[in-house]
Write a protein of this length. Sequence first.
Length: 249
Amino acid sequence: MKETIYTIPVNDAYNSECECPLCVLRKKAEDNEIEYYLGPSLMEPDTRIITNKTGFCPDHMAKLNKQVTNRLGLALVMHTHLLDYDKDITEDLSNAAPAKAGLLKGRSNDYKAACRSLADRIDARTATCPVCEKMNKTIERYNEVIMHMFSHDAAFKEKFMSTKSHCLPHTASLLRTAANKLSQNDAADFISALAQSNKNCFAELEHDVEWFTQKFDYRNKEASWGNSKNAIQRSMRFLSSDTGEFNEG
């Protein structure tokens, strides 16, 4: 199968020695988006309209903060986002405070609906993130490319069948895409391979984490750690995807 701009990153990820090829693809997509939003695009009106409204999720806010390449650009984005957010909620927040009940004015529950409505708006704005949205769309496309390559590229199919593991969140996304894109015969091979690699990964991690705990027994003090020293971090990456927060150190 001839390589294209879509298949090259997938092949590169599956050729790499990693715990989950989709985590590799996700990290690359995330880095590209963070670089994009701190680059020349932040001065483009269309981009600023988006970032003014959405801001960034807490995770990507922290990752943007770690980038020291364009502090001025980040400050400009934060300033106009604050202005937009202030205009959107500050007056409504002040108006949400009810009048106190007294002799002339009885109790009322009207304020409860206003509080809940405003809280929902704040939650919705906090939850939106253009980096997340673009990154998730990129991963969706990569999932579809994986299905196409599995069905039409014998070399990639063999590569997928021998992949060590996929983290559980990306296992879920692969299963959803397989249900939508694969024929029954291709799905039989695809899901069998996915199941076997995850079964092996569970067994390895369970063994290594258990041995990690047993190393705290004084009777095992002189025994080798084996592969258990980083078993906690590997388990976290398998269970939760590799977000860069479970590095060994």
